[in-house]
Design a binder for this molecule. Structure first.
Ligand SMILES: NC(=O)c1ccc[n+]([C@@H]2O[C@H](COP(=O)([O-])OP(=O)(O)OC[C@H]3O[C@@H](n4cnc5c(N)ncnc54)[C@H](O)[C@@H]3O)[C@@H](O)[C@H]2O)c1
Length: 269
């Protein structure tokens, strides 16, 4: 899996899953564009990419502003002369019961998670089409886009929208050799979430082990590694997939390990 000569554009690449994708892609040879609002960590990740012998470009970009995404894509395409991989990663959530959630909050979720993906996809796909070399687009959705998410309903609707959009784009862009996929992570140990996971008590950790078959949180590189595979020639006959990168959490839905004997059961207390 050799990505040398390819250029990846990653939204939210200065931390968390985006950083994992940036470092994994660079390890396999790609040059990286980080479009993020965090210039401090953007410089840190760009430095790590250069240490791997690849080129890195940080572009200060707030993905909730479509014109900033378009300007960043133009700058990146001008700098490198090509774009081959897009990771639509920046996004996020605030827990709110839906009946108390304001219209402003709905729209913020939609802009951050969904509109940002639409804007980056359109801008980067046009660069890929002009370059006539095809490409790969990977949308970082969520397991919440595949199941119910009480308290996160609007976020989950956005993530389900990302998954639906992924399938439509796989068809619309197939004739241009552009492959489009979604990843659906569940619980990934990012710097932002680590304190919450660290603060979890024994009972919470035991409950997590009952429902995640692989019995642990995911690492950011474990998302990055899947993106590397999808962007490589090894995935040349794949498009339109949604891959749960979740230690088996979606596969287990409804099933969990019995706290008594560790056997898998449905709906026990
Ligand atoms: N961490 C998880 O367990 C998990 C699980 C499922 C899905 N996801 C999804 O994965 C993606 C990344 O999540 P994460 O936990 O790595 O995020 P994170 O909070 O760790 O942030 C990732 C990066 O996004 C950047 N960012 C924040 N707002 C931005 C903006 N307006 N414009 C540009 N960049 C911005 C941050 O500066 C940071 O570098 C999100 O779409 C999230 O919904 C994460």
């Amino acid at each position: 899996m050799n990505l040398e000569g390819k250029v990846a554009f990653i939204t939210g690449g200065a931390g968390g899953i985006g950083e994992g994708c940036a470092l994994s892609l660079a390890r396999f040879g790609a040059d990286i564009v980080i479009a993020d609002i965090d210039s401090h960590n953007g410089a840190r990740v760009a430095g790590a990419i250069r240490e791997l012998g690849r080129e890195a470009l940080f572009i200060n970009t707030d993905v909730t502003h479509v014109e900033q995404i378009e300007a960043a894509v133009t700058q990146a395409a001008t700098h490198f002369g090509r774009l081959d991989i897009l990771v639509n990663n920046a996004g996020g959530v605030r827990q709110t019961p839906f009946l108390k959630q304001s219209e402003r909050s709905w729209r913020k979720h939609i802009d951050f998670n969904l509109v940002s993906m639409l804007a980056a996809t359109q801008a980067v796909a046009n660069v890929m089409i002009d370059g006539k070399r095809g490409g790969t687009i990977v949308n970082i959705a969520s397991s919440e886009g595949l199941r119910a998410a009480p308290g996160f309903a609007v976020y989950a609707a956005c993530k389900a929208g990302m998954i639906s959009f992924t399938r439509s784009m796989a068809l619309e862009l197939a004739d241009h050799g552009i492959h489009v996929h979604a990843l659906a992570p569940d619980m990934i140990e990012t710097t932002g979430l680590k304190p919450y996971f660290d603060a979890a008590g024994e009972a919470e950790n035991a409950a997590r082990d009952r429902y995640i078959p692989l019995k642990r949180l995911g690492a950011i590189e474990e998302l990055g590694n899947v993106v590397v595979f999808l962007a490589s020639g090894m995935a040349s006959y794949l498009t339109g997939l949604t891959i749960p990168v979740d230690g088996g959490a979606i596969a287990s839905s409804g099933w969990s390990r019995s706290p008594r004997d560790g056997r898998w059961n449905l709906y026990h207390g």
